[in-house]
Design a protein around this ligand. Structure first.
Ligand SMILES: Nc1ncnc2c1ncn2[C@@H]1O[C@H](COP(=O)(O)OP(=O)(O)OP(=O)(O)O)[C@@H](O)[C@H]1O
Length: 320
């Protein structure tokens, strides 16, 4: 059997005349975390839905294999090997956490006593024992996500698809979810994770594929991707909107953030480059309120690969 848990060749999907996945290739080695990273609408969920047999690929697609099984000829075997959680949560809010777990145990045909044991063990592992008797609709976002993953694990899948597992979670819940994901992989589970957060892919993934416009714009480890971009950037922040607009107009090739009144300028951060930049601003009589120098990170890779696409960083989003 191949070492890959998931392989996709020339995966294609269009809706009407719109191409969502334009022939993507993926190989996910067993026991690793692979991240599909991309902005809203890049096609991440579509890829997960296809690979987890929820929707069919376009007929022109190449071979797709998950857990050693061909999706086209053996979708049942694929379904038995995988777990899927994420944006399409399986949690039923009207019943309790424990009842949700027992329902999953029933679906997996576990004998009653075994079902109760597995449910109790997983509820404990995901810190849900205390809340187990309450309706899931009363759970916080983080608790619902934990319950969702716990439900997925009832069937002991060896491959798990996590579709944006931390979108909307606060930093503490996000870190707790990251620990859960790391623990899964330490147990030998393969995880295909979609995220729009660079930091999350950087933290968790062994390999990352950047999805843009239905194509894989680049693939590699976080370090390999960071080496793709020549340098880092300088970020200038303003409090005066007029100064911000002046600098934006005067400096070419910047990534503006109109809401934060910030400009991101590609730069190696050398003394000479900073001197030139500040000289430029001085000559225009513009003063920035904050200047920070960033060495290359996944943000730079993303900007370089996807033009002006801006994707949020979880820390920025939640710190406010
Ligand atoms: N059933 C459908 N019919 C028509 N278009 C669809 C359908 N499902 C998805 N799309 C379109 O396909 C594109 C990709 O959607 P998808 O949900 O895969 O993106 P995504 O990368 O997961 O985005 P997000 O981060 O917002 O979840 C979007 O433009 C979306 O509108």
């Amino acid at each position: 059997m191949s070492d890959a848990a998931i392989t996709a060749h020339d995966l294609r999907k269009s809706y009407g005349g719109t191409t969502v996945l334009d022939g993507i290739d993926l190989t996910v080695p067993r026991g690793t975390i692979f991240s599909l990273l991309g902005p809203n609408g890049a096609g991440k969920t579509t890829a997960v839905k296809i690979l987890s047999t929820l929707i069919p690929p376009d007929p022109g697609s190449g071979t797709l294999r998950v857990g050693g099984h061909d999706l086209a000829t053996d979708p049942q075997a694929v379904r038995a090997a995988i777990g899927v959680t994420g944006q399409f949560s399986a949690v039923d809010g009207l019943i309790t956490g424990e009842e949700n777990m027992l329902l999953m145990a029933d679906l997996h045909h576990l004998p009653r006593r075994e079902g109760r044991r597995v449910a109790a063990e997983l509820l404990e592992r995901f810190d849900l024992t205390e809340a187990a008797g309450k309706p899931a609709s009363t759970y916080s976002g983080g608790m619902k996500r934990r319950l969702d993953i716990a439900m997925t694990l009832v069937g002991d899948p060896r491959i798990i698809f996590l579709d944006e597992p931390t979108t909307g979670l606060d930093p503490r819940s996000r870190h707790s979810m990251w620990q859960i994901i790391r623990a899964l992989v330490a147990d030998g589970v393969t995880v295909l994770l979609t995220t729009q957060y660079l930091e999350e892919a950087d933290e968790l993934a062994d390999r990352i594929a950047v999805l843009n416009d239905g194509k894989i714009a680049a693939e590699g480890t976080a370090e390999e991707l960071k080496r793709l971009v020549p340098g880092g950037h300088v970020r200038l922040r303003f409090t005066d909107p007029a100064a911000y607009r002046g600098a934006r107009a005067a400096l070419g090739g910047v990534h503006p953030d109109d809401e934060a009144l910030a400009l991101q300028i590609p730069s190696g951060g050398s003394q000479r480059e900073l001197h030139t930049l500040l000289g430029r601003l001085d000559s225009l009589g513009i003063e920035a309120d904050e200047l920070t120098v960033h060495t290359p990170d996944l943000d730079d890779v993303f900007f370089a690969l996807t033009g002006d696409a801006v994707i949020p960083s979880p820390t920025e989003e939640n710190a406010r």
